[in-house]
Design a protein around this ligand. Structure first.
Ligand SMILES: Nc1nc2c(c(=O)[nH]1)N[C@H]1C(S)=C(S)[C@@H](COP(=O)(O)OP(=O)(O)OC[C@H]3O[C@@H](n4cnc5c(=O)[nH]c(N)nc54)[C@H](O)[C@@H]3O)O[C@H]1N2
Ligand SMILES: Nc1nc2c(c(=O)[nH]1)N[C@H]1C(S)=C(S)[C@@H](COP(=O)(O)OP(=O)(O)OC[C@H]3O[C@@H](n4cnc5c(=O)[nH]c(N)nc54)[C@H](O)[C@@H]3O)O[C@H]1N2
Ligand code: SF4
Ligand SMILES: [Mo]
Length: 671
């Protein structure tokens, strides 16, 4: 008899959807959206509608493997778990004795967002004395920009967008990446709100809004400053709100906005003066303008400053005083489930070296400090997703690098491994999830047994700890026990009744911490437009990195609705919806280069050359080229993905990746 089991979507998406999983004879038959989950409300994205095709994919890894061919060749032989663990632990013990623990580097990110499985390796590597990974590839610049202005102020409830009369989807391809935010925006529109999208090309989201504004990549800070200039010049400020709630607007006006007229900012942001003026007026005159800020615009050399500058807009017009008004960048619910007892920093004998995950290529090839001699990758695919793919691959090709990859599939990274370990999918292990697009959380059990000999992250680290001969009870704990301890730890974020609901596997709502005496959780208790603790005390226009580069076209390595970073390429149907790895270009740029639709082209810069199929598209403005998705190399026209063109440079705040901050030239490729 089929049985329906509640679960949670494990992927790196703001919503952590509730799933209803139908299981028969220990196999997943189908997956649907939980109608009782407050965000999901029965709606799943196209990626997850056939999750069973990922779980039971013929491509799943089902046994540990040992390399028998050259690195990258993908030639392996099956081995037992016992042998795999012995090979790894023996090698690490030798390395630690001869070269020290810091020669070992873990690399993990967001294959699963569950708190226990995601963070399963931290305690182990702390005890091992390994180098530590700075996990900053996604959008730390967003948090840095928000914090500079708003401190610890919790995010507003994003569903309030429904009450707004002007919803701005700013640097977010919500139709692909945040479908429930898109649904809320559409609801606002049905209530009479206007809907804007601000992006660098005409995304699928742009098809569903009232007005689209295409900016130059990295130019949004300039646009926001020009809007603030107009709002101030035309007396559209909410002076009462500013005097009660904002610090430093006068300094901003006198020192920055004087030089940020629409005429001065127009070229940087790529919008005509009259358009900027109209945007400013319509924004200021809206009752409750709501901005949903995405991550795309943060992945630039000026990303943190861009977020900080845009976040000044609701303060200038007092949008915060109205239900539905404000800006939403994401929730931060870490306090609800403190992770200290999961990640165990106290297991570190000394503070070890920290390596940026955005600079893996340099770490593996430049070998400064104790050279990295072993890499352990789990729930991440750095050979595909990390910037500067050529540098990463040069590192992975090193014969003296001992690489272990724990994966569900033989990814680009796994192909370089000396030992591959098979991983469970989220339906095969328990976990506890919290969203970053709302205030919900949910716990779930395994719905089916592990496929083949797959093991969860948590269970592999228990085996590795035993293989190292460690006898701490911590490493003998099961994932379920760790989850229960996390839930049992009391925090003001949830009542005893909510905690009981969590135990029963129901989706719950967390209450963010607020201070009854202070609306804004900053040192001055005001929104700090002037923040003297920052290197830049006031928002101001900052350049991107790409402005120093010599290539004529701005490259946007954007997302596709049919994959999530490099995940989901195992599903043939989803992949075929993306056709192939395309480069979209405006007809003007194509004609100037003598290029035609459908031909194979090469995009290149100082870091690499990548083959794409050219798609001439009116969705792309002149001067920009766009590719969607992070393709596995086996499905590309050449042997590199888009990240062979992106750079290891970091953002101005948060040390984030600058994946969108890159230029290229494009020419025809011989077949
Ligand atoms: N379908 C799908 N969903 C996903 C993902 C996926 O790969 N596919 N990835 C997941 C992850 S890990 C994340 S972090 C989120 C990210 O989701 P989003 O927050 O939507 O971020 P991005 O898709 O990176 O970028 C959003 C948009 O910003 C635009 N953009 C780039 N540069 C600029 C700029 O300078 N100015 C402006 N205004 N716009 C700019 C891009 O063209 C893109 O349309 O999505 C998650 N959800
Ligand atoms: N060009 C370009 N590059 C990008 C991006 C982009 O938009 N464009 N997006 C960037 C962003 S925002 C992010 S967050 C990163 C994401 O980068 P990653 O976190 O590496 O994300 P994925 O590509 O989804 O790879 C996750 C891998 O984890 C595996 N996995 C899933 N669950 C488990 C598990 O429980 N255990 C183990 N061991 N493995 C598991 C999956 O099979 C998959 O191969 O990529 C970044 N890189
Ligand atoms: S990827 Fe996002 S929208 Fe799709 S099912 Fe998962 S949480 Fe929901
Ligand atoms: Mo991300």
């Amino acid at each position: 008899m089929p049985e329906t089991i509640r679960s949670v979507c494990p992927y790196d998406c703001p919503d952590a959807c509730g799933l209803l999983v139908t299981v028969e004879n220990d196999r997943t038959i189908s997956v649907s959206g939980d109608p009782d989950h407050p965000v999901t409300r029965g709606l799943l994205c196209s990626k997850m509608n056939h999750y069973e095709q990922t779980v039971h994919s013929p491509r799943r890894l089902t046994t540990p493997l040992r390399r028998i061919g050259n690195k990258g060749s993908g030639e392996f032989e099956p081995i037992s778990w016992d042998l795999a663990i012995t090979l790894i632990c023996t090698r690490w013990q030798e390395l630690i004795t001869t070269h020290g623990g810091e020669t070992i580097l873990p690399y993990s990110y967001a294959g699963t967002m569950g708190l226990v499985q995601r963070n399963a390796g931290h305690a182990f590597f702390h005890k091992l004395g390994a180098s530590r990974l700075e996990r900053t590839i996604c959008s730390p610049a967003k948090d840095a920009g928000w914090r500079a202005l708003m401190g610890d102020t919790p995010a507003m409830e994003p569903a309030e967008a429904e009450q707004s009369d002007l919803v701005i989807l700013w640097g977010i391809n919500a139709a692909a990446t945040s479908i429930h935010a898109m649904r809320d925006a559409q609801a606002a529109r049905r209530n009479g709100a206007r809907l804007w999208a601000i992006d660098t090309y005409h995304t699928p989201t742009c098809d569903a809004v009232d007005e689209v504004f295409l900016v130059r990549p990295g130019g949004d800070g300039a646009l926001a400053l020009a809007m603030l200039h107009v709002i101030e010049r035309e007396g559209l400020l909410d002076r009462q709100f500013i005097s009660a709630d904002v610090r430093g607007f006068e300094e901003l006006t006198a020192q920055v906005l004087v030089d940020c007229s629409p005429a001065q900012m127009s070229e940087i942001c790529g919008l005509p003066v009259e358009v900027i003026e109209r945007m400013a007026r319509e924004y200021a005159r809206a009752e409750a303008p709501f901005i949903r800020l995405g991550s795309g615009l943060t992945r630039y050399g000026n990303g943190a400053m861009t977020v900080r500058t845009i976040s000044c807009l609701p303060a200038a017009v007092g949008a915060w005083t109205q239900p539905g008004g404000g800006i939403f960048i994401g929730t931060s619910t870490g306090g609800a489930f403190p992770l200290q007892k999961t990640i165990r920093e106290d297991f570190m004998a000394k503070e070890t070296r920290i390596v940026s995950m955005n600079q893996l290529g340099a770490a593996l090839t430049e070998l400064t400090g104790p050279a990295i001699r072993s890499l352990y990758v789990y729930h991440s695919n750095p050979a595909a997703i990390a910037p500067d793919q050529n540098a990463v691959i040069r590192g992975l090709e090193r014969e003296d690098l001992f690489t272990v990859v724990h994966e569900r599939f033989l990814t680009d990274t796994a192909r370089y491994a000396d030992v591959v370990l098979p991983a469970t999918t989220s339906l095969e292990h328990p976990d506890l999830y919290r969203c970053y697009g709302s205030y919900h959380a949910q716990r779930c059990n395994a719905a089916i047994s592990p496929v083949g000999e797959a093991k969860s992250n948590w269970d592999v680290f228990s085996l590795l700890a035993a293989g190292m001969g460690w006898d701490e009870p911590f490493f003998r704990m099961s994932a379920d026990e760790r989850i229960e301890q996390l839930i049992a730890e009391e925090t003001p974020w949830r009542s005893a009744a909510i905690t009981e609901q969590l135990r029963r596997g129901e989706p719950i709502t967390l209450t963010p911490l607020t201070d009854p005496k202070r609306k804004w959780l900053t040192p001055s208790a005001k929104i700090e437009i002037l923040n003297v603790r920052e290197a830049e005390p006031l928002p101001r226009p900052l350049p991107t990195h790409a402005e120093q580069d010599g290539f004529p076209l701005r490259l946007q390595p954007a997302v596709t609705p049919f994959a999530l970073n490099s995940s989901f390429y195992e599903q043939d149907e989803l992949r075929s919806k993306q056709h192939c790895m395309e480069l979209m270009m405006n007809v003007t740029d194509a004609e100037a280069r003598g290029l035609t639709d459908g031909q194979v082209v090469t995009a290149c810069n100082d870091r690499g050359a990548v083959r794409f199929t050219l798609r001439i598209s009116e969705r792309i403005p002149v001067g920009t080229v766009v590719t969607e998705g992070v393709w596995w190399r086996e499905f590309t026209a050449g042997d590199r993905g888009v990240n062979a063109l992106t750079s290891q440079r970091l953002t101005d705040g948060g040390r984030g990746s600058t994946l969108y901050d890159v230029t290229v030239e494009v020419r025809g490729a011989e077949r």
